[in-house]
Design a binder for this molecule. Structure first.
Ligand code: MG
Length: 387
């Protein structure tokens, strides 16, 4: 029996890479459904190539358009739309694996439904864990869902953990490329343009995560992600800049050993690991030629250049509702920067001010998470007006 896969966010960079890996293993995996927000043309091409049973888009109008394009091309894929259809799709008993690759908080509800249904989850949506990590992992425990991290650092940690018990771990170290502004003078930070911020030196990614990498908020979110995913204390998670992006993270054991994972910086590698786990399958990428690599270097993350990272570290330590509030403020600020309505440095200001106004509370349910997300977004949007 083939493994039936649903890809949420199929037209984004993780979705496209997942389909590339699946196309190498067409005897093992079947694309059961593809879901995209609104990139109809791209989704239609994917449907023509992979012939999924279902395709899903957000809006009804897009669904009708897509259905008629597919009909003209004699493709039998049924097009669905809206929240309910998406939730039904990920919970369907025919589905084995769900790739959660919708970016940002928009991916939360579908990820949670996939977890509740006990599927194998390939989690690329780190915001789900940042917003409600404890609840998310509790739900997985209850339903028996296995959560496999696609995020390259966490994927590396998962690989480094596999033969050793957690109790022997001293700490973990996430690596960070440092993004496009690693060597920039602090005086020039106020003039950073959107185009410069989107131009990541080592990874080719979506817009939101590219900006998060430029501010290094991404690494802060990843600390919170690792904390929940692997049940670690925030004090056990460090991060270090490694501009070559060859070592994807490391686990330090009590005996002084450090175990790391190395591969080309191509998301097909972690995706193939997650699809194949506990076995290993081909990813379509080659090994690194170690003799042809530049020297591997490491350095500390600058507090002056990357205040977002240090803010996120504090938030990780505080826990409770703070990560949810920070994530909401970050999404609002990044989206304003993408629209060129605020400066690069304002991203930090908006998040810090939102957190200053936030009343810390305990998170007991998904409803609490959604409420904190809503209130924090409103608060961040108010702050934007006066920036
Ligand atoms: Mg990452």
């Amino acid at each position: 029996m083939k493994n039936n896969v649903v890809i949420l966010g199929s037209t984004g960079s993780i979705g496209v890479n997942t389909l590339e890996v699946i196309s190498i293993h067409s005897k093992k995996f079947n694309v059961f459904a593809l879901a995209a927000n609104s990139s109809i043309e791209k989704l239609s091409c994917q449907c023509q190539k992979f012939k999924p049973k279902y395709a899903h888009v957000k809006k009804e109008g897009d669904a009708h358009n897509l259905q008629s394009i597919l009909k003209k091309n004699n493709i039998n894929t049924q097009v669905l739309f809206g929240r309910e259809d998406l939730n039904e799709l990920v919970s369907s008993s025919s589905v084995d694996t769900v790739v959660c690759a919708i970016s940002g908080s928009a991916g939360l509800e579908s990820s949670i439904n996939a977890v509740k249904s006990g599927k194998r989850i390939l989690l690329a949506n780190k915001e789900s864990l940042v917003m409600c990590g404890s609840l998310f992992m509790e739900l997985a425990k209850k339903s028996g869902a296995s959560i496999l991290p696609v995020d390259s650092e966490h994927n590396a940690l998962h690989q480094c953990f596999s033969h050793n018990k957690k109790k022997f771990i001293k700490n973990v170290i996430l690596t960070a490329s440092g993004g496009p502004f690693l060597n920039k003078d602090i005086k020039e930070f106020d003039d950073i343009t959107l185009e410069q911020a989107l131009d990541h030196p080592t990874w080719n990614m979506g817009k939101k995560i590219s900006i998060d990498s430029a501010t290094m908020m991404n690494k802060g979110l990843e600390i919170i992600e690792a904390m929940y995913l692997f049940n670690l204390k925030s004090s056990q998670i460090d991060a270090v800049i490694h501009p070559q992006s060859i070592i994807h993270s490391m686990v330090c054991y009590k005996d002084g050993s450090i175990i790391s994972q190395l591969s080309k910086n191509d998301m097909k590698s972690p995706i193939a690991y997650c699809l194949g786990w506990p076995e290993r399958i081909k990813s379509g990428i080659d090994f690194i030629d170690l003799t042809k690599q530049p020297p591997l270097t490491f350095k500390e993350i600058s507090k002056e250049l990357f205040p977002c990272f240090y803010l996120a570290r504090e938030v990780a330590k505080e826990g409770n509702s703070l990560p949810t509030a920070m994530n909401a403020a970050n999404e609002v600020a990044v989206s304003a920067f993408l629209k060129k309505s605020i400066k690069f440095n304002d991203i930090y200001r908006v998040i810090a001010k939102t957190l200053n106004l936030h009343d810390k509370s305990k998170i007991m349910s998904i409803e609490d998470v959604l409420e904190i997300d809503k209130v924090s977004r409103a608060s961040a949007k108010e702050i934007l007006k006066n920036i």
